[in-house]
Design a protein around this ligand. Structure first.
Ligand SMILES: NC(=O)c1ccc[n+]([C@@H]2O[C@H](COP(=O)([O-])OP(=O)(O)OC[C@H]3O[C@@H](n4cnc5c(N)ncnc54)[C@H](O)[C@@H]3O)[C@@H](O)[C@H]2O)c1
Length: 432
């Protein structure tokens, strides 16, 4: 069977969506259409994946420091909870929309099922630019939002985590608010917490480490050596910085690194510890002693591994044709547009998709949740070993599915994930 594009498929949309402005939800629906032919008898249940299980839209009023009352729009979407409680981050951003949160929640269902952690998918957000808020306003916003969505979240219902513009402090406020309302401490209601409040060792490096582990697996499958391989990384933050460090430590040559201020290059390999120390001290790569190149040159660098680990939409129709990497491993969420995906596939570039490659973060969030339940905390070696095992197993089963059906790893990850979700749905049955 060949992969099919089904952009023309029409969907019976729920009445709350505007067909003219579906945004990322449209991309997600097309991805589901693409895998439906591979789902066998489970395709009878596929409509389940096209409708979020539960959507909560909340008004979040807060008193500003100057006495004004302001209202913000907040969401929590539980896309699917057939395999376990909802799991997914909370995004604070002025452009967040319901359609975007729906799509992000659905991709969490796929990611959690692809790596086989016992969660459904969920996501939350508030339409707010948090940089415009004082610390007190941010705390009040977070606490009121947590209270409003408190009716559907909980350690065995739906477990939020950080996403864009939310961090350990926001998670600490969420945990505290939920616990105060409940009358008991419930550390397992969120993950990505500070270590002192039930957070997990290894969480900070987990996504970059997962990227590194799946890259090693891909290299092994393709008969490529990691030692001496040329690696290009976009993003010197949590994901990109950690991945670059691990590649460097494994003897690969990270020949280029880009962040929002600078793009640096050295064909013999950059001094990654020094570059990351520079970022830690100055906030960006700007001013680091290395050759600067243009973004166009960056994407066109000849290399074995290219790791986009910054933002969405970075590999697009404008630059995908110039890519000379053999393998692209998506550290970021959605860094490749569907058009770029097709161009890269035509040009023979091997692609490891985000739903597999960056699942290390949610995997260690799962460990955090398990540790919180038992109040017994593991050491970092144990966490890294378990993470490595889960990421390897996930890569292997997705790669096996890709070979069986002669499809890309992205489609294979969706086949594996959608099959697991719909099997669970079928086994549970419909009530009544
Ligand atoms: N942190 C996690 O656990 C995690 C888990 C899964 C997915 N992700 C995804 O990985 C991506 C990166 O997340 P992060 O946590 O590393 O964020 P981060 O804020 O720590 O780092 C982002 C990096 O991207 C760079 N950047 C920003 N704009 C850029 C631009 N225009 N051009 C080049 N570089 C630019 C920044 O300078 C920074 O180095 C996001 O897509 C995120 O959703 C993160």
């Amino acid at each position: 069977m060949t992969e099919q594009s089904s952009a023309q498929t029409t969907h019976a949309l729920p009445s709350y969506l505007d067909p003219a402005h579906l945004g990322p939800w449209d991309t997600y629906l097309r991805q589901v259409d693409r895998v439906t032919p591979y789902l066998g008898h489970l395709s009878r249940w596929v409509e389940t994946l096209k409708r979020p299980k539960r959507i909560l839209v909340v008004d979040v009023p807060i008193e500003m420091d100057d006495g004004r009352i302001m209202h913000f729009e907040g969401y929590r979407v539980q896309h699917n909870i057939s395999r376990g409680p909802g799991k997914g981050g909370v995004r604070f951003h002025q452009d967040v929309t319901l359609s975007e949160v729906m799509a992000l929640s659905a991709w969490m269902s796929i990611k959690n099922a692809a790596v086989n952690v016992p969660y459904g998918g969920a996501k939350g957000g508030i339409r707010v630019d948090p940089r415009q808020l004082s610390r007190g306003e941010l705390e009040r916003l977070t606490r009121r939002y947590t209270s409003e969505i408190g009716i559907i979240i909980g350690p065995s219902k739906d477990i939020p985590a950080p996403d864009v513009n939310t961090n350990e402090q926001v998670m600490a406020w969420m945990m505290d608010t939920y616990s105060v309302n409940l009358g008991e401490t419930a550390t397992g209601v969120v993950t990505g917490k500070p270590i002192s409040l039930g957070g997990s060792l290894g969480r900070r490096d987990a996504t970059g480490r997962g990227v590194f582990v799946v890259t090693c697996e891909a290299a092994h499958d393709l008969g490529m050596e990691l030692k001496g391989a040329r690696v290009v990384v976009q993003g010197a933050g949590n994901v990109g910085g950690t991945a670059a460090r691990l590649f460097h430590e494994a003897g690969a040559k990270v020949i280029a690194l880009q962040d929002h201020k600078a793009t640096i290059h050295a064909e013999e390999g950059l001094d990654i510890p020094a570059a990351l120390a520079h970022v830690a001290q100055h906030g960006s790569l700007e001013g680091f002693a290395a050759t600067n190149i243009s973004p166009e040159e960056f994407w066109a660098l000849e290399c074995e591994f290219l790791i986009p680990a910054a933002l969405e939409g970075q590999l697009n129709a404008g630059n995908a044709g110039s890519v000379r990497a053999k393998v692209v491993v998506e550290g970021a969420n959605g860094p490749t547009t569907p058009e770029a995906d097709d161009i890269l596939q035509e040009n023979g570039v091997f692609m490891v998709p985000d739903v597999l490659a960056n699942a290390g973060g949610v995997t260690v969030s799962y460990f955090e949740w398990v540790q919180d339940f038992s109040n017994f905390f593991w050491n970092e070696d144990e966490i890294n070993q378990r993470l490595t095992r889960i990421m390897r197993d996930a890569y292997k089963s997705v790669a096996q599915t890709a070979r069986e059906h002669k499809v890309s790893l992205r489609t294979a990850a969706f086949i594996v994930a959608c099959t697991r979700i719909l099997q669970a749905r079928e086994m549970r049955g419909l009530y009544p």
